[in-house]
Design a protein around this ligand. Structure first.
Ligand code: DGL
Length: 259
């Protein structure tokens, strides 16, 4: 039994897709969620910069005595996961990588498309995953320019976003891709729109498996919390506005907003 909170972070609202899945699986856990709104978006930033932010956030979360940290961002996982594990060997970290493995396993056309940020697609972590699990499958990479920004503005279902998705993904789908991997946690909030735009194509979202992995780690360590669960927020810029966004995404009023 361990009543300390679980730390999670992302550049903005994307990691809340993981938080939402985790709340469903482990309702008695308390989540301390750090949104790096002052540095959003991470996607186009150099890896060294995202790594620096990830370390600053890990220090902040550990100062609040979190028992585990979920790097709920593909870009930050690509830039910093290995380094964080090395720097904090006593802290369990769970990261997120685009779901090339489940996509390659279920694709009939052996052609999948990974939609992610430049930082994720350029990183060594993604390269390793493609090498290990993508053999025999064509793995197309598409940078989701502007999509995380649209999600951050809560523009999930606008004609502009639909047009952008078609522009980005239609060429690969027309060329035979039958599976779209959501390689950025922000895109989890676009899953329904993508399914509507590309009927018959399978959308792979790994936010739920990541939440499950975090729960398994807590169980293995006998570190589940006694409850009651909840969500506290820290945002590096404009925390009140961020808290409103979180409510609009269907979370109950978060318990505390800290700067
Ligand atoms: N949510 C982040 C990810 O999973 C990226 C969004 C951003 O560009 O900041 O990659």
């Amino acid at each position: 039994m361990d009543n300390r909170p679980v730390g999670m972070f992302d550049s903005g609202v994307g990691g809340l897709a993981v938080a939402r899945a985790f709340r469903r699986l482990a309702p008695s856990e308390h989540i301390l969620y750090f949104a790096d709104t002052a540095w959003f978006p991470y996607g186009p930033r150099p890896a060294a910069e995202v790594r620096k932010r990830s370390f600053a956030i890990a220090h902040r979360l550990l100062a609040s005595d979190v028992k585990l940290i979920v790097v709920a961002c593909n870009t930050a996982s690509a830039a910093a996961l290995d380094a964080l594990r090395e720097a904090f060997p006593a802290v369990p970290f769970v990261g997120i990588v685009p779901g090339v493995k489940p996509a390659a396993r279920q694709s009939r056309s052996r052609h999948v498309v990974v939609l992610a940020t430049a930082g994720t697609l350029d990183g060594g972590l993604f390269e390793r995953v493609v090498e290990e699990f993508g053999k025999g499958t064509r793995v197309a990479r598409v940078v989701g320019h502007g999509l995380a920004e649209a999600v951050e503005r809560a523009e999930h279902r606008t004609p502009h976003v639909r047009a952008r998705l078609r522009e980005l993904l239609q060429p690969e789908v027309s060329a035979g891709a039958d599976t779209i991997v959501l390689g950025c946690t922000h895109y989890a909030f676009l899953a329904n729109v993508i399914e509507e735009e590309f009927p018959g194509v399978t959308v792979v979202d790994t936010t739920e498996p990541v939440a499950r992995r975090a729960l398994d780690l807590l169980r293995e360590r006998d570190a589940l919390g006694p409850g009651p669960g909840g969500l506290s927020l820290i945002a590096s810029l404009d925390p009140e506005r961020f808290a409103q966004k979180v409510e609009r995404l269907g979370f109950q009023r978060a318990e505390a907003v800290q700067v």
